[in-house]
Each structure stands twice: as structure tokens, then as C-alpha cells.
Design a protein around this ligand. Structure first.
Ligand code: PLP
Length: 407
């Protein structure tokens, strides 16, 4: 075969890596060698240092809770480590079935369906319910997995300004153009935004969706377990009935401290996902032991409401002290507190200073966040103490002050 003159080999990985390094965008993994305290993820041992962890997602302090790890151990010795097959072959077990019932009851939906990850749950939600002729409207700061899911669905993707329900309404009202009029529109958004800590305007988005016969899909990976009187998440906080949201996505690796994800919704929605969702059908089921551990975590999250009260109180303490110290805060009352500094270089420098002072706060850089919006993403956990939060503010103030002097 004749090769075209315009053909080039793909760019070399070495060149791509050098370019990332030049832009200060190279990612490095820090290996957690161990945790220094029993039952908690707040003190991590990294590179021989004991660090206070202020960047994980273990909001309720459940990841190493003895009831959770005990349930995992017990179920693993009973059912094994691997589930052995997909849910539709032989991989679906009693712990999965019970967890699905408990999750549905928790969020108030008819049914729930377990997935191995939130990424896969989002792929399932959008590829099952949107196709090439449909339209997906997405908040501009939605999680990468929602964006990838919308792209994979083949639907026409429009992105509206962050948390701007009026912008979404304007898109809904646009004439469908070449779209066949009988096709549908889906609005998809994070509930609590993972990198900003603020909330989607769910009440107004739900109204808009209803007015235009669109579906509202909410990915509440960070809100569930944390927000709302009963921990039912951003919907509960915003006073939105779960029936207004035909697809609610939750993850289990954050507030619930385990691993996996679920979609909650009406029975027929769940049944169609079982029939059609490729990221449900063509993959090995989550281990039953992980489902058992999650059941223990879900029970604790519901029984011990002090955990979400505490993480929100520690967050409020941080905010009050940060204001006093002149630390610039974003508009978030949730356990996700971004400190937007702008450039990747500055953020890396502050993160390194904090590391040297014994605090682990990861630098979040593009493409995870928009260009010129690199940030420290601070997170709080019910397992932190008031003293630790106070020490963090002190160290942060020092690190930022050092930056100002250096520049
Ligand atoms: C973490 C996260 C996901 C992905 O969930 P995993 O279970 O980690 O794959 C999806 N959406 C949002 C908003 C997230 O923060």
C-alpha cells in the first residue's frame, strides 16, 4: 500500500512527557506507605513523613472504621475476594441485592443498581438514555466522567455556564434545529461540584427540566452522606424530590469510604440499565465483600448523624479562621474548600511548602480544572480535630505568606 505523504507517526511519549513537565503539569503519585493512627485516614505516612491528610474524600471518616473493615473481612472469607463473573452471569450475590435495596431506601428511589465505579455509572446513564439524535446539556464544570459519558453517547453536547440555571433554560428553549422534534434532551450536572465545593441550582434545574419535558441527571458523588438533614445529599439540601431526578448517581468511594457506585431511579429506568448499559453488562461484578463493607458504612452514616454535623462544623471553623488569617476562600460551605491560586507553578509551590510543614494538600491543575484556575483542594473529614484544623490554617497562612514574599 502506498503511504500518504501526510502520514506521521504518533508523537513520541518522551516529547509529550517533556511538554507536560515544561508546563508544570506532570502528575506524580505519592505512595501511602501506611496510616499512623488506628481506624483513620487522617495521618498518612508518605515518603517516610507523617502527614496530616487534608485532601482525601473520606468525609465521614468511615474508610478504616472497624465495622466497615470487619464486614469486608467476614464477607471475603464467606464469599471470596472476586465475584467471579458479571452480574448477569454468576457474579450477583446476596450482599449486592441487599445493598441495592438499602441504597434505594436511603435516597428514596424505587430501585438502585450497583456499578464498579462512578465513572462506569455515568457512562451507563448517558449512553443508555441519550443517543445520536438527542441533546445533552451539561454544566461546564461537571466531572470528567459525565463529559466522557456524554461524548460516548453520541448526543449533541452543549455546555452551559457553571451553576447557571438561566443559561440552561435558554438552551432548553432553543429551537431544536436539525433535531427531530420527538427526540429528547437530558440536563446533567454534578450535585456538589468536586473541585469547587459549590452546589448545582437543582431546584431551578428540576423546574426547567419539567417545563421542557427534559430529564435531569444528577451525579451526587460528593453530596451523598454529607449534605441534607438525613445525609441524602444535595437533593435533600436543595429540597428537590428524588422523583424529579429520574437518574441519581452516587459513588461509594467518597463519604461511604469503600468503593463502587450506584444509580438510583424508577424501577423501569433501572431495569433498562440492566438490559442495555454496556458498562454494567460487560464487566465483572463488584466483590460481594465490598458490598458488605458498604452496607456497614451506609448503616453507620445513617445512624451516626454526628459525622456529617461534625465535618460541616470543622469546615465552618476552617472558614472562620481562614477569613481572620486573610486566606482567600471560595463560596463553599461544604467539606470541599478550593483555594484558587491560578498558575500551576504557584499551586505546586504552596503544596510543597505545606508538605514540608507536615500537611498533605494536593495541587489540582489543568485539565482537571480550567486553565488559570489551578488550586489547592482542601477537604475535611469528621475524623479531623479542631486542633488539626487550627494547625492547617496556621501552616496555610505561612505557606501563602512565603509565596507572597518569594514573588
Ligand atoms: C469521583 C467522582 C466520580 C467517579 O467515581 P469513581 O467511583 O471514583 O469512578 C464521578 N463523578 C464525580 C462528581 C466524582 O467526584
Amino acid at each position: 500500500m502506498r503511504t500518504s505523504r501526510s502520514m506521521r507517526p504518533p508523537p513520541s511519549p518522551e516529547t509529550a512527557l517533556a511538554e507536560l513537565e515544561r508546563q508544570q503539569l506532570l502528575r506524580v503519585r505519592h505512595t501511602v506507605a501506611d496510616y499512623a493512627e488506628p481506624h483513620s485516614t487522617t495521618h498518612a505516612i508518605v515518603a517516610g513523613r507523617r502527614l496530616l491528610n487534608f485532601c482525601g474524600n473520606d468525609y465521614l471518616g468511615l474508610a478504616r472504621h472497624p465495622e466497615v473493615t470487619g464486614a469486608l473481612r467476614e464477607a471475603a472469607s464467606r464469599y471470596g475476594v472476586g465475584s467471579g463473573a458479571s452480574h448477569l452471569i454468576t457474579g450477583h450475590g446476596r450482599e449486592h441485592a441487599r445493598l441495592e435495596e438499602e441504597l434505594a431506601a436511603f435516597v428514596g428511589s424505587e430501585r438502585a443498581l450497583l456499578f464498579s465505579t462512578g465513572y462506569m455509572a455515568n457512562l451507563a446513564a448517558l449512553t443508555t438514555f441519550a443517543g445520536r439524535a438527542d441533546r445533552v446539556l451539561l454544566d461546564r464544570l461537571s466531572h470528567a466522567s459525565l463529559i466522557d459519558a456524554a461524548l460516548l453517547s453520541g448526543a449533541r453536547l452543549r455546555r452551559f455556564a457553571h451553576a447557571d440555571a438561566a443559561a440552561a433554560e435558554r438552551m432548553l428553549a432553543e429551537p431544536s434545529g436539525s433535531m427531530r422534534p420527538q427526540r429528547s434532551t437530558i440536563i446533567a450536572t454534578d450535585g456538589l461540584f468536586s473541585m469547587d465545593g459549590d452546589l448545582a441550582p437543582l431546584a431551578r434545574l428540576a423546574l426547567a427540566a419539567r417545563a421542557h419535558a427534559a430529564w435531569l441527571i444528577v451525579d451526587d458523588a460528593h453530596g451523598l452522606g454529607v449534605l441534607g438533614k438525613r445525609g441524602r445529599g444535595t437533593l435533600e439540601h436543595c429540597g428537590v424530590d428524588v422523583r424529579e431526578v429520574p437518574i441519581l448517581i452516587g459513588t461509594l468511594g467518597k463519604a461511604f469510604g469503600t468503593f463502587g457506585a450506584f444509580i438510583a431511579g424508577p424501577a423501569a429506568v433501572i431495569e433498562l440499565l440492566i438490559q442495555r448499559a454496556r458498562s454494567y453488562i460487560y464487566t465483572t461484578a463488584l466483590p460481594q465483600a465490598v458490598a458488605a463493607a458498604t452496607r456497614a458504612a451506609l448503616a453507620l452514616a445513617q445512624r451516626e448523624s454526628w459525622r456529617r454535623e461534625r465535618v460541616l462544623a470543622l469546615t465552618a471553623q476552617f472558614r472562620a479562621a481562614a477569613v481572620t488569617a486573610g486566606i482567600p476562600l471560595a463560596a463553599s460551605f461544604t467539606p470541599i474548600q478550593p483555594l484558587i491560586l491560578g498558575g500551576a507553578r504557584e499551586v505546586l509551590a504552596v503544596s510543597r511548602r505545606l508538605f514540608d510543614a507536615g500537611f498533605w494538600v494536593a495541587a489540582i491543575r489543568p485539565p482537571t480544572v480550567p486553565r488559570n484556575a489551578a488550586r489547592l483542594r482542601l477537604t475535611f473529614s469528621a475524623a479531623h480535630t479542631e486542633e488539626q484544623v487550627g494547625a492547617l490554617v496556621h501552616a496555610l497562612s505561612g505557606a501563602l505568606h512565603g509565596m507572597a514574599q518569594a514573588s
